[in-house]
Design a protein around this ligand. Sequence first.
Ligand SMILES: [Zn+2]
Length: 293
Amino acid sequence: MSIPYIGRFAPSPTGPLHMGSLLAALASFLDARSQQGKWLIRIEDLDPPREQVGATDSILRSLEAHGLLHDGDICFQSQRHERYLEVLEQLLKLNAIFPCQCSRQELAANKGIHNGRCHSDKVELPSPGWAWRAATQAINLQFEDSLKGIQRQALAEEVGDFVLLRKDGLFAYQLAVVVDDIDFNISHIVRGEDLLSSTARQIYLYELLNCTPVKYSHLPLIMNSQGQKLSKQNHAPEIQSSLAPENIYFCLQLLGQKPLAELRGASCEELLQWGIENWNLKDIPASLPRPAS
Ligand SMILES: [Zn+2]
C-alpha cells in the first residue's frame, strides 16, 4: 500500500504574501491535488520579534482569494511549544543533543561551525542562556530531490552541531519543521530552494527520531532585478488579490506548465483545475528568468 500524499505550505508571518511565496504555495498545492493528496497550511510563527502584526490574516486571505483552499485545521507553531520541548527531552534521552553557551565570536574561529560537545556541566532543559544543539556525526548525508537530483552534505564538516533550542529560549526552525511534518504525517515537501541546504539537517533529525523522511522537491526562486530572492527584507511587493487569476496564470508559466492561451481571463478555479490535470513536476525549469532592471 502506498502512503497517502499529504503536502503543506508553511509561511512565516513576517510580511504579506508576495509572488515568490505564491509560487511555492501553488506548486505544493498542485503537486498534492494532482495526486489526490491533502494540502495543509502551517503558520511558522516561532519568532515573534520578526513577525508583522496582521501578516497571518493577510496571508490566509490572499491564499483564499487565489483559490488555494486547504484541508483540515491550520497549525500554528506558536501553540506547539510543549510538543517541541517533549521532543527535545526525547532527544536528550538518546544523548543526541547537548547544551552550549559558545558565543558567535568563539565560533567565528571555526567559520561559525560548532564541532563537538563543549560542556560537561549538568544543565536542565530548558535553562535560560543555554542553547541546545544536535550533536552531528562525521557522516555524508545523501538524499534525492525530485527536482535537484542527488544531494550530499557532510553534516559535521559543512554544518556542524546545529541549534534546536536557542539561547533566547525560542525553538529553532529546524526542530519545529521536522516535529510538525512528522506529527501531521506530511509525505511530500515542495518548497523554495533556499531551504535545500537545511534539508540534510532535517533528515538527520528524522533519523534520530526513527521516522521516515519525506519526499523533497526544491523549487527555483523568483529573483528581483538585483538577483536577490524575493522577500520581505528586499521589499517584495504584496501580491494583489484583485489580480488573482493573472497571478496564478503567471506562476503556472514560471513553473513551466505552459497554460493554454485561452485560459487568460479564466477564473482561479478554472486555472487551478487545468493546473491539477496537467501538472508535471519535471517541467519546472532549473532556474527562473530574472526580470530586467
Ligand atoms: Zn558550544
